[in-house]
Design a protein around this ligand. Sequence first.
Ligand code: SF4
Ligand code: F3S
Length: 111
Amino acid sequence: MTYVVTDACIRCKYMDCVEVCPVDCFYEGENMLVINPNECIDCGVCEPECPAEAILPDTENGLEKWLELNKTYSEEWPNVTQKGDVPADADAWKGVEGKIEHFSAEPGSGS
Ligand code: SF4
Ligand code: F3S
């Protein structure tokens, strides 16, 4: 089992999650983060930290595609361990449905 970042993170990218992860297993894309499922120790501390409620345990139904996306991009994007700049319009994207349309495969800067 692992935790996964879902589409609720897209364009919100608050990054409160990276500050609490004890094993630094978040990876940064241009407009969202992902978790490396092989590194996550399942501690669950990041889940309540996310203002967008984007982090879920993979035991919840229907998360297979998000687990796959977290796995794929955590191998391509840079590791991030510190909170960086939050998008200026993050709050406007919080809770918006169907954000997968806005997913960017481009890597973020990492930190
Ligand atoms: Fe990190 Fe724990 Fe969240 Fe996994 S569940 S990503 S180890 S904080
Ligand atoms: Fe994304 Fe939430 Fe972290 S919006 S960057 S999963 S705090």
